[in-house]
Design a binder for this molecule. Structure first.
Ligand code: HAM
Length: 430
């Protein structure tokens, strides 16, 4: 008999990695509670029509990636029904919002979820057929302020805080606006016209998309196609005044809160329900599947699935990708020495050697720079080899207070020389 294995695209999670999954989920729950979110748990399978109408019949998810089956009636009182394993959770949350008449409370609903999703995609690093999302949705009647750009900025600020608290370093927030559905329809036509002459020179997928769904051309990753895509008209030029104003208010609030972002004109996302703000947090360490999370506004979704007007905004984090990023960071950190000593001037070299000897004798690993290096060169060398840099200048030598900068957290701390070894050991979690 052949041995049975986990199905392609699915995985077993074993200890000790499961401890990391639990830590991530605990941190997420703690941060969400601070922002007044409550947990919602919706079923893992739903009526297929929910995704067809909510996510969109034409999307890759609905047209090719869903696990759908005909559920046969078991009694005369039942009807056969087409069911689908949820490929995402936003449509299910909005269905529950409508079903339980949550809009009638008049309050903004702030709901989060953690759980498995299913898509029949081609498996690769960071892409699975069963994967886990940590997501949240803010939704309510217009009178609850659900349309306000402040909600968008608050959600993005919460995500920046969550990633920082998880210890994810080096993320980039990409944002864009896809406008109202009328703006998008207008842009689709503008793109279609612009692609008429260009598409024949592009890859076969783009040739097809140029006809079926021009927006998807913007997702193309084929290097030869990039110059053509960069030259295409931008969606920002097709937005009406209201959408432009809304987006400007989102970015102004992000600026005020000090959340860094880049405007990415090509970020249009692969689900049909989006309106106005769309975003993705990417991470360089993830390779081709570089989106840690994605989300945006969906002001028309409730009505599209038969509910009342209920604008909303939300996101879903790929938990598998969070874990991959944290594990890669840990491996990189483990390969680095505890501290890089940077003497400021050649006359400080002997003092630096003495300090290195102290640290090494205390069991810590240290790399020694050279006083002839400029500070910038010391920082570059330190960033490659060490977790922290310790600056040793005349002032430090005289006062006995050293400056330590941690590369992972970006924090700078003043530490008395006598406590340096202890400080380095403690902040390494040893
Ligand atoms: P999405 O961009 O389709 O959006 O998925 C969100 C995140 O889930 C992605 O950025 C990625 O990290 C992760 N993900 C997606 N597919 C896979 C896969 N096959 N394997 C591993 N991870 C994956 C949504 O699902 C929307 N519901 C997000 C949202 C919430 N928009 C508004 N509210």
């Amino acid at each position: 008999m052949s041995t049975l294995k986990a199905v392609r695209g699915t995985r077993d999670l074993l200890p000790p990695e499961t401890a990391l999954w639990n830590r991530i989920e605990e941190t997420a729950r703690r941060v969400f509670a601070r922002y007044n979110f409550g947990e919602i748990r919706t079923p893992v399978f739903e009526d297929t029509a929910l995704f067809a109408r909510g996510v969109g019949e034409e999307t890759d998810i609905v047209s090719k990636e869903m696990y759908t089956w005909e559920d046969r009636a078991r009694a005369a009182s039942e009807k056969s029904q087409s069911l689908t394993l949820r490929p995402e959770n936003t449509a299910g949350v909005v269905r529950a919002y409508i079903e339980h008449k949550l809009g009638e409370t008049g309050q903004l609903q702030k709901l989060y979820y953690i759980g498995p999703q299913f898509r029949r995609e081609r498996p690769q690093k960071g892409r699975y057929r069963q994967f886990s999302q940590i997501g949240a949705e803010v939704i309510g009647p217009p009178s609850s302020g659900s349309e306000s750009p402040l909600r968008d900025a608050e959600v993005l600020e919460m995500l920046a805080t969550l990633l920082d608290e998880l210890g994810i370093t080096g993320w980039t927030l990409n944002i864009n606006s896809v406008g109202s559905s009328a703006d998008r329809a207008r842009y689709n036509e503008v793109l279609r016209a612009a692609l008429k002459d260009v598409a024949p020179k592009m890859c076969v997928d783009c040739q097809r998309r140029a006809v079926t769904n021009p927006l998807r051309v913007l997702d193309c990753k084929v290097p030869e196609d990039q110059p053509y895509i960069e030259a295409l008209p931008k969606i920002s030029d097709s937005l009406d005044e209201e959408s432009k104003k809304h987006f400007a208010a989102v970015t102004a609030a992000l600026d005020a809160a000090g959340v860094p972002y880049v405007r990415n004109h090509r970020l249009v996302r692969g689900l049909d329900y989006y309106t106005r703000t769309t975003f993705e947090f990417t991470h360089g360490g993830l390779g081709a599947q570089n989106a840690l999370l994605g989300g945006g506004r969906y002001d028309g979704l409730s009505e599209a699935i038969g509910g009342p007007k209920a604008p909303g905004i939300g996101f879903a984090i790929g938990e598998d990708r969070l874990v991959l990023t944290l594990l890669a960071q840990e491996t990189a950190a483990a390969a680095k020495v505890d501290a890089f000593l940077a003497p400021l001037g050649e006359e400080l070299n002997p003092a630096a050697l003495a300090l290195a000897r102290e640290l090494r004798r205390a069991g810590l690993s240290a790399e020694l720079g050279d006083g002839s290096f400029r500070l910038k060169k010391s920082f570059e060398a330190a960033d490659k080899t060490a977790r922290r840099i310790v600056i040793l200048g005349e002032d430090e030598l005289a006062s006995g207070i050293l400056t330590v900068k941690d590369f992972a957290t970006g924090t700078q701390t003043k530490v008395p020389r006598a406590e340096l070894a202890e400080f380095l050991r403690k902040s390494s979690g040893e």
